[in-house]
Design a protein around this ligand. Structure first.
Ligand code: HEM
Ligand code: HEM
Ligand SMILES: [Fe+2]
Length: 497
């Protein structure tokens, strides 16, 4: 390995695959931003691209690109860590390689159909070939089936690798979580003409993914990341992970009820959903305490400053975006007024960014360090870390600005449309014609542009960070590691070479 050179050829097969997943993830991230900007501009100038790329199409591509790139980021992270955790090379490498290409080809075809075919007649053929019409997971059924097959293949790779190598607390949680994650996707594939029933099952995917299985997955990634960047003690990290997982499932599963308030489900969901979802921030607090505790215990001495910064951003972003912004509107008494306003969008943006974008970015920084031959990535980088720090700042400033603009728009809608206007169709439009709403849409646009600049800078940093570094990375040692713990943490590299 040469310091600063691109050591792709020397990576293990699992890590090579991970890099491929990260590359596609970043391409889709940029696509997400572009379509978000177009959709945001259409709030200001509704005629823009009317009849060519309508708002509903841009919005669909924006949020589908998000779901898919975050999944790519997670899969990449899993392929990156699985060999180190198991201590053996990836099992079924050929299948894994084929899966990547099939999945990516399917994604490209689906996006092209979204953009150029857009919609079809209300027939089964449309469901199969064009679009299933379920927000966030609009992919047509052929692609659904393909995605499930690919997920099963990836699950096989991960499980078989752990079975051949060794297990750890993190890998146990990870494997169980992957079963839940892939299994829940099936709930989004039924079709019924009864809208409440359809929504009932659709939320099983959306809510239970983002508030249960994805949270657990990032818990695993975070645990591994803290061990790698800080040398955090495995026993402590794993104990936290168990606590967080128990709390997440304890509150998140029945917290599902906060989407069942107004869709025609029985009234008991008001109480069940309100109570359990109000508890959902608790595990998120635990995650903040956990990461700050670990970082503090190691005096923030990390071998990868950008990764650690984004891990900490994750802990706070998750707590604020999901925990606080979600909590604000989760009691039925409040949700009655805020439901379906820009308030939800404010929360949706901050939560997805704070909880998931941050952790994928952190992981990519971890991967880049190895790709550059384990170079120095602590304080005092050659460019003084200017790019990564500005990218961190601009993306966060843009996101917080957008979130605040949307929150103001949401307050105004709750007041004018819901409280004063009584949620009539007319009040819906009135709420969107008030100055505060219109100004908020301009602010969102401006901060969206700022964030996009941050994302482009981030990608530029990904391409260049570490390239000119000549110092080897800072060695981080666990403060109080027993010999067998040390072995579990570090044997991976040796086993692959
Ligand atoms: C990382 C975790 C989370 C993500 C990514 C997330 C994302 C979202 C998104 C995108 C929506 C809009 C859904 C739609 O299109 O209708 C939404 C709705 C909602 N979320 Fe979250 N959320 C998370 C966690 C939470 C938590 C922890 C709570 C409660 C404490 C919560 C409470 C709500 C509520 C009440 C709604 C419904 C809003 C409405 O009635 O319009 N969310 N969430
Ligand atoms: C350039 C930056 C961005 C702009 C201008 C933008 C704009 C938009 C617009 C206009 C919508 C449609 C809202 C509506 O239907 O009322 C939307 C929806 C959404 N965007 Fe973004 N977005 C941006 C970045 C992001 C990022 C970084 C994320 C998360 C990682 C994200 C997640 C979402 C989600 C989850 C929704 C659905 C919200 C809901 O249904 O409540 N967006 N975005
Ligand atoms: Fe939810």
């Amino acid at each position: 390995m040469t310091l600063g050179a691109l050591n792709y050829g020397e990576l293990s097969i699992g890590k090579k695959l991970a890099v491929k997943y990260f590359v596609v993830a970043m391409a889709l991230f940029v696509a997400q931003m572009i379509f978000g900007l177009i959709a945001a501009w259409q709030f200001i100038a509704p005629d823009f691209l009317f009849g060519v790329l309508d708002f509903n199409v841009n919005r669909m591509v924006h949020i589908n690109a998000m779901v898919v790139w975050l999944l790519y980021g997670f899969i990449g992270s899993i392929f990156w860590l699985v060999e180190d955790e198991a201590g053996v090379p990836l099992v079924g490498a050929k299948i894994a390689e084929a899966t990547f290409w099939i999945l990516t080809l399917a994604v490209v075809v689906v996006v092209l159909v979204y953009l150029f075919v857009q919609s079809g007649p209300g027939e089964t053929a449309t469901l199969w070939l064009i679009n299933e019409g379920r927000e966030y997971i609009e992919a047509p059924r052929w692609a659904d089936i393909g995605i499930v097959v690919c997920m099963v293949a990836i699950f096989y790779n991960v499980l078989a690798t752990f079975l051949k190598g060794r297990w750890s607390g993190i890998s146990g949680v990870l494997v169980l979580d992957l079963i839940a994650l892939a299994g829940l996707y099936l709930a989004g594939m039924f079709y019924t003409t009864n809208l409440p029933v359809d929504q009932y099952w659709w939320w099983w995917v959306i809510h239970l993914w983002v508030e249960a299985t994805w949270e657990v997955l990032v818990g695993c990634i975070m645990a591994w990341g803290l061990i790698k960047t800080l040398g955090a003690r495995r026993k402590i990290v794993t104990t936290w992970l168990y606590i967080e997982v128990a709390l997440m499932f304890g509150s998140g599963i029945l917290g599902l009820g906060h989407h069942y308030f107004w869709i025609g489900t029985p009234e008991y969901w008001l109480g069940v959903g309100g109570f359990f979802s109000a508890l959902e921030p608790v595990p998120l607090v635990a995650m903040v305490v956990h990461s700050v505790y670990d970082a503090g215990k190691h005096a923030f001495r990390s071998n990868n400053h950008p990764a650690l910064a984004w891990l900490i951003a994750h802990a706070f972003g998750n707590f604020l975006g999901a925990g606080v912004w979600g909590f604000m509107q989760t009691l039925p008494q409040i949700n009655l007024y805020t439901h379906g306003t820009q308030w939800s969008s404010s929360h949706g943006h901050l939560a997805f960014f704070g909880a998931y974008v941050t952790i994928v970015v952190a992981f990519i920084y971890l991967a880049l360090q190895k790709l550059r031959g384990d170079v120095w990535m602590s304080g005092g980088l050659i460019d003084r870390g200017i790019k990564w720090k500005w990218a961190l700042f601009l993306t966060h400033a843009g996101m917080v600005g957008m979130t605040m603009a949307l929150l103001i728009a949401g307050y105004e809608q709750s007041f004018v449309e819901r409280a004063l206007g009584g949620s009539t169709w007319q009040a819906y439009f009135e709420g969107q014609m008030r100055p505060w709403f219109i100004e908020a849409m301009w602010w969102r646009m401006g901060f969206g542009v700022l964030m996009t600049v941050g994302v482009l800078l981030l990608i530029w940093d990904f391409l260049t960070i570490g390239a000119k570094e000549t110092k080897p990375m800072l060695e981080v040692h666990s403060l109080d590691e027993s010999p067998e713990e040390k072995q579990v943490g570090e044997v991976g590299v040796a086993a692959q070479s």
